[in-house]
Design a protein around this ligand. Structure first.
Ligand SMILES: C[S@@+](CC[C@H](N)C(=O)[O-])C[C@H]1O[C@@H](n2cnc3c(N)ncnc32)[C@H](O)[C@@H]1O
Length: 303
């Protein structure tokens, strides 16, 4: 049996992917983990490289480790999202790299050479999960706001109302907001949901309490565990695959409404320029703007 891998969704006209390739993107719930794959187990790999530099080099290193010697690696990215750096980055592993360009993407190919295990191991060590002393949390390059407290999150933590019972944190990241919510013993259970497996795994390290539950899931899809909740908190995303997507946060608001019991409350922070108020008002019985500051706005919406 020959196993091949794919990371993300490379455009079909730019790179060929076998129909039975194993998906390894941490942003696709249910995908396999490249970081747990035994060395030398793949016959080929195609990677739509992620935009962050450390994250991209880490993904390339994991892909190379997973490949058998002489197996091909294809990596591609839009020119303005790391594509122009790919050839150099792959060559730095000690590989002979070919590059083509099409539709504002760079597409690079190389075959895995022997004798590069040392450099692979170093890049993996640089990009893996780590405890960050500054923020005193487990984190990993590539996850949302991985090495600093997001100002919207900070503002929401400062203005959290008294929450009680069973709730959820939609788009929990590494669990900074969830940690503040769980500081109250009146919160009996909090389900942390995120589409990013790396964020969920860091959050699991960061919240050592049986009151925290973890869900690697896409909130655009319904989930049976998210029902009859007393509250939902969120610092909703407005980017999908790097593109601004207002529909994403609106989908979060709809999912929050659907997941709450009657009388339950949704507390969210949003960038002031984004149009959430209309969707909140169309769904919830009462919507109260709590505070507006520094480009952010907090809403409390009751079902
Ligand atoms: C603005 S960040 C907030 C992170 C964290 N709550 C905080 O305050 O630091 C939004 C989070 O939503 C996650 N996310 C994006 N799209 C998602 C989706 N469709 N389903 C679930 N989570 C998603 C991102 O991975 C990111 O961690």
């Amino acid at each position: 049996m020959t196993a091949t891998g794919v990371y993300g969704s490379p455009p079909a006209d730019l790179a060929e992917v076998a129909h039975d390739a194993i998906q390894f993107s941490p942003l696709m719930p249910g995908a396999a983990s490249l970081d747990r794959l035994p060395e030398g187990s793949l016959e080929a790999m195609t990677l739509l490289a992620p935009p962050g530099t450390i994250e991209r080099r880490y993904a390339l290193a994991l892909a190379l480790r997973a490949l058998k010697n002489s197996a091909p690696l294809t990596a591609l990215a839009p020119n303005d999202r790391g594509g122009t750096r790919l050839r150099k980055e792959l060559a730095a592993f000690g590989l002979d790299v070919q590059e083509t360009s099409k539709r504002h993407h760079r597409i690079v190919t190389a075959t895995k050479a022997a004798g590069i295990d040392g450099v692979i191991a170093q890049v993996i060590a640089d990009g893996g999960p780590r405890f960050d002393d500054e923020i005193a949390l487990w984190t990993q390059p590539g996850v949302f706001s991985w090495d600093r407290l997001d100002p919207g999150t900070h503002m929401l933590i400062e203005h959290l109302p008294a929450l009680t019972g069973r709730g959820a944190d939609f788009g929990c990241g590494i669990g900074i907001l969830a940690r503040a919510v769980l500081a109250s013993d009146a919160v009996t259970e909090l389900t942390l949901v995120d589409i990013d497996r790396r964020a969920i795994e860091c959050a699991e390290h960061n919240l050592d309490t049986p009151r925290a539950k973890f869900l690697w899931a896409d909130l655009r899809d319904p989930h049976p565990d998210l029902a009859n909740l007393d509250f939902v908190v969120m610092n909703a995303p407005f980017h999908d695959a790097g593109q601004e997507d207002k529909g994403l946060a609106q989908a979060f608001v709809k999912r929050a409404h659907e997941s709450l019991r009657k009388g339950g409350v949704c507390v969210m922070v949003a960038n002031r320029h984004l149009p959430y108020e209309a969707v909140l008002k169309s769904l919830f019985k009462a919507v109260t703007p709590v505070i507006e500051d520094g480009g952010y706005k907090i809403y409390e919406a009751r079902k």
